[in-house]
Design a binder for this molecule. Structure first.
Ligand code: MCA
Ligand code: AMP
Length: 507
């Protein structure tokens, strides 16, 4: 028996003195040091009673120790469940409870607030800070630095990643060993990653992009990461000279373009810039090439599928498209209702099939059946066109989704929150173009007859209940929402009406 992810991503580097992590404080961690840290962490998980298949929920700052916790889960067969650091206790309560996590690791500063959540879910609670300290680290420090990898089958779960849902309830995407490994393999080949690569890593590690795409690809290739705690302009500019590749959401690239220090000279040595998680405007693609001489390679993925398509490494990286299916991945465009393939070039619902497609939603068999068809095709919710030469263009979304700085926000979740506020009869939430985040959230509120809406109170309540990136950045009170003859709120009209709301507004 084997453990496919451990065997491919970690085992080849056991004992290696090569640098795996370049840290912001100019220190480094070799593969051997990192893997010893992972082994001690795996022993700590075992000491806490975490068994293969158990979920480990993780709400911590980005750090080598947090990454070692991921590696420890892979090696010990636990299911890694990373959570956005912006989530509030109210949001976390659902994820920890729904997943039935055996262990919940949080920041020491929030341990008190998290204790009741862990207790209600029956999870052990340990802490880990961004500087690597905490009660988990204390336990890890006492452990031996060798751990025998636990056997895993291809179909066993490696990770559970929650994605927000159209109904307002988040769904846990079950990702298997095979899902993650097949995707890393496809990306290493497609993007030509080697042991010589040094990837500038400024993404969070609680999402597919920073965790699986950037990290798994680097591990599989045996390269190194410049592991920054977050995207921060100064440190990114300072580190670019040491990197060969960078991965980011479009906001990273528009911010860099806004800085005169981001020049052709600074980036001349770079091999590759990859963009994804949100649409890269064709204008940004063009401006980036004009400034640096590099054509950003745009790819397209989802939490449920990891990466699906990519522009070619050699060949035409076409602005505004997301390229062709990765090796082993099939895509088709179908009629949204009939679910039958449409002729080439027509716009319809994009379906994806392949070893990358997840196993289903955690404890949601009906949702799984709705979106993952029996013959393996997954209905992405994205509207697309496939040209005769195979290039896929995402033209819009069939799902009511806002993507802000690479984070997904489902309007329904915000509407449910707003509707429950005193004085609010109903609400509509839409995304409007935003110069920094691509899109940001606009909320339109209708008061109960004869009542006043207290916007300050709603803002305060939003701070309690909603992660910062979900909070509306523009709120207006309307007498009524525009509706069609069927009584349905006309969001398209609202989107047109509020399209310019952030264009001249900072923040
Ligand atoms: C932070 N804020 C945001 C966002 N991020 N508001 C809207 N959208 C955002 N994305 C708010 C905070 O709540 C705070 O508000 C204020 O901005 C400053 O926070 P700070 O943390 O300093 O912000 P930042 O450092 O400027 O962060 C922006 C960022 C970050 C660098 C673009 O959001 C980021 O790293 N995004 C990457 C997301 C990502 O990795 N997505 C991949 C998903 P206040 O002041 O009110 O408190 S995986 C995926 O989509 C699929 C699989 C795929 O294809 O990759
Ligand atoms: P997530 O829930 O984070 O997995 O977000 C996945 C969604 O992000 C997809 O369904 C798309 O709507 C969007 N997305 C990811 N990459 C791209 C891209 N390159 N262009 C357009 N949309 C993208």
């Amino acid at each position: 028996m084997t453990n496919p992810l451990y065997d491919a991503l970690l085992a080849p580097h056991e004992g290696s003195d090569r640098v795996f992590l370049h840290l912001a404080d100019a220190t480094t961690l070799s593969y051997a040091q990192f893997l010893a840290m992972a082994d001690r962490t795996a022993n700590a998980l075992a000491a806490l009673g975490v068994a293969p298949g158990d979920r480990v929920a993780v709400h911590v700052e980005k750090s080598p120790q947090a990454l070692a916790l991921y590696a420890a889960c892979l090696k010990s067969g636990a299911v890694f469940l990373p959570l956005n650091t912006a989530y509030t206790p109210k949001e976390l309560d659902y994820f920890v409870g729904d997943s039935g996590a055996a262990l919940f690791v949080c920041d020491p500063g929030e341990a008190e607030a998290m204790a009741p959540i862990a207790k209600a879910a029956g999870s052990a609670l340990k802490t880990l800070a961004g500087d690597g300290s905490g009660s988990l680290s204390d336990l890890v420090a006492e452990q031996p630095d060798s751990f025998t990898a636990v056997d895993r089958a291809e179909d066993d779960l490696a990770a559970l990643l929650y994605t927000s849902g159209t109904t307002g309830r988040s769904k846990g995407a079950m990702l298997t060993q095979k899902n993650l490994l097949s995707n890393a393999e496809a990306l290493v080949v497609t993007w030509r990653f080697t042991a010589d690569d040094v990837l500038l890593h400024a993404l969070p590690i609680f999402h597919s992009h920073g965790l699986f795409v950037a990290t798994n690809v680097t591990l599989l290739a045996g390269g190194a990461l410049i592991f920054l705690p977050r995207f921060e302009q100064e440190s990114v500019l300072a580190q670019i000279p040491r990197a060969t590749t960078m991965m980011g959401v479009p906001t990273f690239y528009t911010r860099l373009l806004d800085d005169a220090r981001f020049t052709r000279e600074l980036t001349e040595h770079m091999r590759l810039f990859v963009s994804g998680s949100a649409p890269l405007l064709a204008d940004t693609h063009v401006a980036f090439e004009a400034r640096t001489g590099h054509r950003i390679l745009e790819r397209y993925g989802m939490t449920e599928t990891s990466m699906n398509t990519s522009n070619p490494y050699d060949g035409d990286r076409r602005a505004g498209t997301v390229g062709m299916p990765l090796p082993g991945v099939e895509v088709r465009v179908c009629d949204p209702e009939a679910r039958e393939p449409l002729p080439t070039g027509e716009i319809g619902m994009l379906h994806v099939r392949g070893p990358n497609v997840f196993k289903g939603y955690w404890n949601m068999p009906e949702k799984t059946r709705e979106e993952l068809m029996e013959d393996g095709w997954f209905i992405t919710g994205d509207l697309a066109r496939i040209d005769a030469d195979g290039y896929v263009t995402i033209v819009g979304r069939g799902k009511d989704l806002v993507i802000s700085g690479g984070y997904n926000i489902y309007p329904k979740e915000i509407e449910l929150f707003l509707d429950a506020q005193p004085g609010v009869l109903e609400s509509a939430v839409i995304g409007a173009p935003h110069p920094d985040f691509g899109e940001s959230v606009v909320a339109l509120l209708v008061p109960e007859p004869g009542q006043e809406i207290d916007l300050a109170a709603i803002t305060a309540a939003a701070r309690e209940d909603l992660a910062g990136f979900k909070r509306p950045r523009h709120v207006e009170i309307l007498e009524a929402l525009p509706r069609n003859t069927m009584g349905k709120v006309q969001k398209a009209e609202l989107r047109t009406r509020y399209a310019g709301v952030f264009q001249h507004k900072a923040g």
